[in-house]
Design a protein around this ligand. Structure first.
Ligand code: ADP
Length: 461
């Protein structure tokens, strides 16, 4: 009880006994994390970071390996007290509201991360943001939000959807369950009769109405002209780390990859998921899938390919447009996400390119897969996760002013971040270049050697 009152900073001496009991019962409903447990941290350690970090990990893949190998970090199981928690979203839903967290504690999700990572809510927030931009700054600025395909929530927006559907007869749409992943439940359609179950009006039979409510889906315009390499469709997986929403502070990772479909693209058959869905989980089950070759290209390889084909300037424009997607999508939820200094989030963005090299935002994942599909993929994910921990900086080795940490470049800190090598006085503001290097060389080890002071027990990088 002493501990609880210490944590909640309450002096009980002035309270009547029944109230004390009530307060204690109330407080013991909260699982406290990161309070003074068996390791007694001094105040100076609190400020400067810690040489010993107690972590909890709810996943059994690459992240667990990375956490276990980190010098000075020890794993705690079950109800043990922790300083750092890499949890799954299920744990968050059940426990976050009952957890008291001390100042230094960190956890890998924001409480209502789903505002950006559930398909229907992402689109709702983006539509509202675009409308506000149009009202506040004008049409031109609002048009910079036109990076997501036209989307409707079903069944709630069925009538709006039908109006739009009828405006472009013959076009292809894609139906996606709002809360599923890995391509589950997705199908393409061109006829309204294929989505009768989501029809929301009096023409459904009594029997249909009585049936269990249909699952929430989004109907989205299908990108019919994807950019193809060797006749195959692919999408890009990009990693963006947010360490604060107010002010917005976001980092872009240099590595990422393209995920290819195994079957040559064609619009003549819309039922072939191996042709239309680029999820690794789907492609892995294709009859001709070769686990040796996999279905991925590293981002660097993709950037080189596109540069050789279209020239540097075109590709730089494409990557600048992708930066615009990352920043604006985060801004669209900035006011709705519950900002909490204990939270950070590593988002996996899915971007699709069309034949005009326009990038489209398909989805943002709160739990991008860390399960490796090859040795190369494993190494990339280790780098990504190690650098995520470097940015989160439980060890307190950073000053907070860094624009680069390993493979992460600071993209936004309450405003755009520009590269240091740009001479502002000579070139003026029109030559500002964004501090992003997606698909560029990731010489992280060299940068980390320079950046980080070794701490006791740390292996040389
Ligand atoms: P999931 O969460 O199940 O992975 P996604 O929205 O990421 O669902 O879609 C799965 C895949 O379907 C994408 O990786 C992409 O290949 C394809 N896809 C999704 N939406 C579209 C679209 N609007 N146009 C073209 N392809 C799409």
């Amino acid at each position: 009880m002493l501990l609880i009152t210490h944590v909640f900073n309450i002096k009980l001496v002035n309270y009547p006994s029944f109230l004390i009991l009530h307060i204690v019962r109330l407080m013991s409903k909260y699982k406290t994390s990161g309070y003074k447990g068996s390791y007694d941290y001094s105040k100076s350690e609190e400020r400067e970071g810690r040489s010993l970090v107690r972590f909890k990990c709810g996943l059994l893949n690459t992240i667990q390996d990375v956490l276990r190998q980190r010098p000075g970090w020890v794993e705690v199981k079950d109800e043990g007290e922790w300083d750092f928690n890499w949890c799954d979203v299920g744990w968050l839903r059940e426990n976050f509201d009952h957890s008291y967290m001390e100042e230094h504690v960190r956890i890998n999700h924001f409480r209502n991360h789903y505002e950006l990572t559930r398909k229907n809510l992402m689109v709702k927030n983006l539509k509202r943001y675009r409308k506000n931009q149009e009202r506040d700054v004008g049409r031109l600025e609002a048009s910079k939000c036109d990076f997501f395909p036209c989307t409707f929530a079903l069944p709630s927006e069925y009538h709006l959807f039908v109006e739009e559907f009828k405006r472009s007869p013959g076009s292809t749409w894609i139906m996606k369950p709002v809360a599923k992943s890995q391509g589950k439940g997705i199908f393409l359609f061109r006829k309204l009769k294929d989505i009768m179950d989501w029809k929301k009006d009096g023409t459904r039979s009594e029997e249909q109405k009585d049936a269990a409510q249909v699952e929430s889906y989004v109907a989205q315009r299908y990108i019919e002209n994807p950019y193809l390499i060797n006749g195959r469709k692919f999408d890009l997986r990009v990693y963006v780390l947010v360490t604060s929403y107010v002010p917005l502070k976001a980092w872009l990772y240099r590595d990422g990859f393209g995920r290819f479909s195994s079957t040559r693209f064609s619009l003549s058959s819309i039922d072939d998921k191996y042709m239309h869905l680029t999820n690794v989980a789907v492609q892995k089950t294709a009859p001709d899938y070769d686990p040796e070759k996999g279905c991925k290209w590293q981002m660097q390889q993709l950037r080189r390919y596109l540069t050789a084909k279209h020239g540097r300037e075109t590709v730089e424009t494409l990557f600048t447009e992708m930066d615009n997607i990352f920043v604006r999508s985060l801004q669209s939820v900035q006011k709705v996400i519950i900002n909490d200094k204990h939270c950070f989030e590593l988002y996996g963005y899915d971007i699709l390119l069309d034949q005009n090299l326009k990038p489209w935002l398909i989805e943002v994942n709160a739990s991008p897969s860390y399960t490796p599909s090859s040795q190369e993929d494993y190494e990339m994910k280790c780098r990504l996760l190690e650098d995520t921990l470097n940015v989160v900086d439980m060890e307190g080795r950073l000053t907070g002013k860094e624009k680069r940490v390993g493979g992460y470049d600071l993209m936004w800190n309450d405003g755009p971040i520009y590269r240091e090598d740009v001479n502002v006085e000579t070139f003026g503001s029109s030559c500002f270049t964004a501090n992003t290097h997606l698909g560029c060389v990731n010489d992280r080890e060299k940068q980390l050697r320079w950046l980080l002071k070794p701490f006791p027990g740390q292996k040389r990088m």
